[in-house]
Ligand binder design. Sequence first.
Ligand code: NI
Length: 133
Amino acid sequence: MSIVRFGVSLEKELLEALDNYASENHFTNRSQAIRNLINNNIVTSKWQCNNLVAGSITLVYDHHKRDLLTNLTDLQHDYHNVILSSQHFHLEKDLCMEIIAVKGKAASLTELADKLIAIKGIQHGKLTMSRAD
Ligand code: NI
């Protein structure tokens, strides 16, 4: 792979944000940080398509939040055709983590993950995907 060098003009604040991002992620230089940002964003946008992918949705939440469990279950039933399994972990007295294994079209998995993460009371949610075709 050939490497191309190019100049970038950035506002001072953005450059500081880039340097913080680089140091937080233990990148050795700005090029590596920019490469990672581009990869994350462009590769992520490629997921908005019909490629067959497999992955996991991780959710962290307080199970006492009103309607949360019902909403979580309803939504998973709506998408039963892309859900392979789910596992529930009781992390602390009130805190739960759920990992949902999924397989299907990238656009469907993204849609499901977005809806799950948007449920009121979800503290953290993340979808990861890999090509599965
Ligand atoms: Ni629990």
